[in-house]
Ligand binder design. Structure first.
Ligand code: DGJ
Length: 711
């Protein structure tokens, strides 16, 4: 593979940039209209000349369409075009239009990550814009972001700044896939024919959340499947308010813009300051939704999840939240820890309830000192006991929140977002701390630093359980109040970054009332995500399917629990373990009530999990059959070395006898021989992919985990 970025000077005034990955190409030019416009994104073409723009053979505008929406790489607002803009500014003299000219370009990096930076400059005002394209050739991805710099002496007001615009080729139709859901029902896949007009994926509640995830996929038609077809897809690496706008116009021009939401947003760019947008990752594949996900997963594993721990297998967790809730004590935690240790658990996590007057969700949040009624001698005895049992210790925190009934709130009522003369809305009896405020950031950093510095803690579950309301920041610097939507998220990132630097051995989990704050922004600071408070394994098949469209199984945490409280269903241990093993495994059940036979069986599952966890955490995931389509669903994982594969099969219910099928596997080496567990004679990869693995199951909620070893 050559250096992935080619620059072609087509005429003295025109330049074409071609960004090539292993299988795709992305090309744009500075053209005679003096615009930086996209010319191509899709399958890699034969010759550089294939990317040259050609003269149209007809005028698609007709007489009365006037200015057509352009294919601009970074549309700015103010002149005779009407796309969703990436940039809308107001200069000091009241002019609200930007006009950018191309200045220069530079490339850096290597074949793994090559970077192209395009420098643009406003024709009149001291506004400099840099468009940054990072080309991840192996992953067929381009990661885009923008920087806006004020090179003048007066402030410039930014009213809208998105990360990038992506233009798709003209096709007769597109299907849009997005992820939306609710608490306990996260990551539901929604697939619709893309209508004319704008589709808006957005979040305006302070953080990413259940109802909308910053991910999209656009398929060239409705025949695109998990295994084949053209898919353009993207994910935004930001955990605050965001919007992704997918627009299809009357000329079949489909384009996607996305970034920080402009709703209630303003940013004052002072003289000499630069604003950086979050990254917007975009990719294309011919291999359907499955390949689109695997490209994202590999990129996340290799470039997004925290580097220091990226290749470390994630430990098996125990957490007693569903058993004890706030009623934690040395005794009940020790009892659970003893049983968990015997099963083979590696990390024992104490959830909510250990601090302040936190006996329920109405008090104590914000008071991060150990509750001496529950732990008279502090945390040390429990941590020591857990360590003695051979496990590491982890603990729950919710640093961005406060209960009004807490010492913290009584001391600093001004530290929460609020408006004067307006009542405060409570969510789960709590308020949101103003993490945009540097004093609040320092408070969080200090108590977390003390907690980690004074105790032998290996793992932090960082929770966040309500949305923002009354987003006022009374003592904000003049004119900067509405920056809180960005400053809060940046504050959280910054605190996490500093904690990771000071305590490099600590692992972090992002939790937000279940699978709320899950995105590629916070993924850079945490090892894993709590996928859902809903631990019903049948429901989780659906949540898992949607989660993995955009997020790597390496980050997906799920527990085996008792009878599910949400649906009231009970499941076999097999079904629960098989589901929870498809990522990072945890246990959240009341082990004191388990029979010895169940404890033994669970121990055997954990032993098995440790044998296959490299495959389940780091492997390539193939979603073989969707739970949305038939009662039988299946997921296949292939070890990075290709030496092992694991297939998890789930049947929700049979009808009229056995549900039988030949499960056609994917991603195997056709010529290699694979020994299926329990088979005397190995089959070739080709046979397993063409004939398929014979499956026959009956009953309700039955499952199998099938291991294949390459010979
Ligand atoms: C919400 C989380 O999703 C749960 O797992 C648990 O940690 C509770 N918060 C604790 O309050």
């Amino acid at each position: 593979m050559n250096f992935p970025i080619q620059i072609v000077e087509t005429t003295p005034t025109e330049t074409l940039w071609i960004l090539e990955t292993y299988n795709t190409a992305y090309a744009f030019s500075w053209n005679q209209q003096q615009r930086l416009e996209n010319v191509y994104w899709g399958t890699k073409l034969r010759y550089p000349t294939d990317y040259l723009p050609q003269t149209l053979m007809y005028d698609p505008l007709g007489n009365w369409n006037f200015a057509r929406n352009t294919y601009e790489e970074f549309p700015v607002w103010g002149d005779y075009k009407f796309n969703e803009p990436c940039l809308k500014v107001r200069f000091r003299d009241g002019v609200r239009a930007a006009l950018l000219d191309y200045v220069s370009a530079e490339t850096t990096g290597d074949e793994t990550v090559a970077t192209l930076t395009i420098h643009l400059q406003d024709r009149h005002y001291p506004l400099n814009v840099r468009l940054i394209y990072e080309v991840f050739a192996k992953h067929d991805l381009i990661v885009r972001r923008a920087e806006v710099e004020n090179r003048g002496s007066e402030p410039i007001e930014i009213e809208q700044i998105l990360s990038a615009a992506w233009h798709l080729p003209q096709r007769d139709s597109y299907q849009l896939t997005s992820l939306s859901g609710k608490w306990g029902g996260e990551f539901q896949i929604q697939r619709v024919d893309l209508p004319r007009g704008k589709q808006l994926l957005e979040r305006r509640r302070g953080s990413t959340g259940f109802d909308s995830n910053p991910y999209f996929a656009l398929a060239a038609d409705s025949t695109v499947s998990e295994t084949s077809g053209e898919v353009w897809f993207g994910a935004l690496a930001f955990s605050g308010n965001y919007k992704i706008v997918i627009e299809r116009d009357a000329f079949e021009h489909v384009y996607v813009t996305g970034g920080i939401h402009d709703f209630d947003f303003r940013w004052q760019l002072e003289a000499g300051e630069t604003f950086q947008t979050p990254a917007f990752i975009g990719g294309f594949t011919n291999g359907g939704y499955g390949e689109a996900s695997r490209l994202l997963h590999q990129y996340e594993n290799e470039h997004v999840v925290p580097r220091a721990t990226a290749t470390q297998p994630r430990p098996v967790v125990y957490n007693s939240w569903y058993v004890t809730e706030f009623d934690v004590s040395f005794e009940n935690q020790e009892k659970a820890a003893e049983l968990a240790a015997k099963m083979g658990v590696e990390l024992f996590v104490m959830d909510d309830g250990w601090f302040g007057q936190r006996n329920n969700d109405r008090a104590g949040l914000g008071d991060w000192t150990v509750n001496r009624d529950k732990f008279p001698n502090g945390l040390a005895p429990l941590i020591n006991r857990v360590n003695e049992l051979g496990m590491e210790f982890g603990i729950w925190v919710e640093p961005e929140m406060v209960n009004p009934d807490s010492d913290l709130y009584r001391a600093h009522p001004d530290w929460v977002y609020h408006f004067a003369n307006r009542p405060l809305s409570l969510g789960r009896n709590q308020l949101v701390l103003n993490v945009s405020n540097p004093d609040v950031q320092q408070f969080i950093l200090n108590f977390m630093d003390d907690l980690l510095g004074n105790n032998k803690i290996k793992f932090i579950k960082w929770d966040m359980n309500r949305h923002f309301s009354e987003p006022g920041w009374a003592d904000a610097p003049q004119g900067r109040e509405r920056e809180l939507w960005v400053r809060h998220t940046r504050g959280v990132y910054d605190i996490l970054r500093q904690l990771r630097e000071k305590h490099p051995h600590v692992l972090f989990e992002s939790c937000s009332g279940g699978g709320g704050r899950i995105d590629l922004g916070i993924m850079a600071y945490v090892e894993q995500f709590w996928m859902s408070d809903n631990t019903d394994p049948y429901d989780d098949l659906f949540i898992q399917e949607g989660f993995t469209l955009a997020h790597t199984p390496l980050t997906r945490m799920m527990w085996v629990t008792d009878t599910n409280w949400l649906n009231g269903r009970s499941y076999s241990l097999d079904f629960r373990f098989h589901l929870a093993m498809m990522g990072v495994l945890g246990i959240g059940a009341d082990l004191t009530k388990w029979s010895q036979a169940d404890l033994d069986q669970a121990a055997a599952f954990i032993t098995l999990y440790k044998e296959i966890r490299q495959t389940m955490q780091f492997g390539a995931l193939y979603r073989l059959r969707s739970p949305r389509e038939t009662p039988l669903s299946a997921f296949q994982f292939i070890h990075p070395s290709q030496q092992e594969a694991v297939v998890a099969v789930f049947l929700s219910q049979s009808q009229f006898g056995y549900f039988s099928t030949n499960l056609r596997l994917e991603g195997l080496e056709p010529d290699a021989l694979y020994r299926v567990e329990g088979w005397d004679v190995p089959w070739s990869g080709q046979a397993l992919m063409q004939r398929g693995l014979p499956i026959a199951l009956k009953g309700a909620f039955v499952s199998r985990l099938i291991r294949l070893a390459r010979e």
